[in-house]
Design a binder for this molecule. Structure first.
Ligand code: HEM
Length: 304
């Protein structure tokens, strides 16, 4: 089957993210509209071949059963919300998520217009955010983001379900983080580097022995009981307004388990009381779990 191109896409310059609620009694109409999505993605690539456009639509955990009553991805479940005092990663469910990416801002916006026309009258727009490449692929905290992402063929292996009716689909987790920039900027560069476990300007990974137990890259590098790496493919991009800035975090994986373990490891203290100190400098404001089905699933309205 054919994965939606935005799941494994290489980084782009621009993104537009849309979150929708499906209106009551409009699920059938939305299912029929989503059948047009593979052609809509293809049309954008054909119309603007220089823009490296890629799209993804993903269906929220709570909306799945009403939209596609025939079958449900086996592991689709609610977002694994976290709360440890002031440090929280809330669940804010949405029915539909669109990630529209391109190397041209106008093309990303044309994609927004086409999606809005397709869904007119069937959905309520709940959230929209524009993402952009910042410097050489850095997060707004100033550190290069995405370096340890799987590369080449490994991207599909990590991000896509391997077989069955849901083959070439992906479990997505999306969070909008708002950074506590004033607090972050008060830290010395060395303290910032210790929080990530990487150097800032030249993006070199610390040796393992030098990484603090609270370092972000230590707490998110996980292995399963058999010693295999538990990886995700991150498709995050920075966002910013005059007043605030942060990261739209997007995880794509063949199972929701890897993201869930990482998020728990970031927020929940271990036996020694250590947690991810990045969570002291950024606040998750949204969090939702989705499944992005294959293009064939969308086109056949789940009748595969
Ligand atoms: C505001 C939130 C976040 C920011 C700014 C951020 C930023 C970064 C940066 C700068 C790196 C190092 C470079 C790289 O390999 O990409 C990194 C690594 C990583 N992050 Fe995040 N991250 C955030 C949230 C998360 C979340 C929520 C997860 C998963 C639950 C996560 C999982 C990872 C993983 C798996 C790595 C690679 C670790 C390694 O193998 O070295 N990140 N992140």
């Amino acid at each position: 089957m054919t994965a939606q191109a935005g799941i494994c896409a290489e980084p782009n310059l621009h993104a537009h993210y849309l979150m929708f609620e499906i209106r009551p009694h409009r699920f059938e109409a939305v299912r029929a509209a989503l059948a047009e999505i593979p052609a809509l993605w293809q049309g954008l690539r054909q119309d603007y071949p220089d823009a490296a456009f890629s799209g993804v639509v993903a269906v929220g955990n709570e909306a799945w059963d009403e939209l596609y009553p025939g079958a449900r991805p086996a592991e689709l479940m609610p977002f694994p919300a976290q709360q440890q005092g002031q440090r929280i990663a809330p669940e804010t469910p949405f029915d539909l998520f669109f990630q529209l990416r391109a190397d041209r801002l106008d093309v990303a916006y044309i994609a927004v217009q086409r999606v809005m026309a397709l869904l007119a009258g069937k959905v309520e727009l709940q959230e929209e955010r524009q993402g952009f490449r910042y410097l050489d692929g850095r997060d707004m905290t100033g550190f290069v983001d995405g370096t340890e992402n799987p590369q080449g063929d490994d991207r599909a292996e990590v991000a896509l379900v391997g077989e069955g009716r849901f083959a070439d689909g992906s479990y997505l987790h999306v969070q909008r983080y708002r950074h506590k920039m004033t607090r972050w900027q008060k830290l010395a560069v060395k303290a910032q580097e210790d929080i990530y476990g990487r150097t800032k300007s030249d993006n070199i990974e610390y040796e393992s022995a030098r990484k603090a137990p609270t370092a972000h890259t230590r707490r998110t590098s996980l292995k399963d009981a058999a010693g295999n790496g538990m990886e995700i493919l991150r498709q995050s991009m920075p966002w910013g307004t005059a007043a605030a800035q942060g990261l739209v975090f997007v995880s794509c994986c063949h199972t929701p388990l890897h993201f869930t373990r990482m998020l728990e490891n970031m927020y929940q203290p271990d036996d020694a009381g250590h947690f991810d100190h990045l969570t002291l400098f950024t606040q998750a404001e949204t969090g939702a779990a989705f499944f992005a089905p294959s293009e064939e699933w969308l086109a056949m309205q789940g009748d595969l």
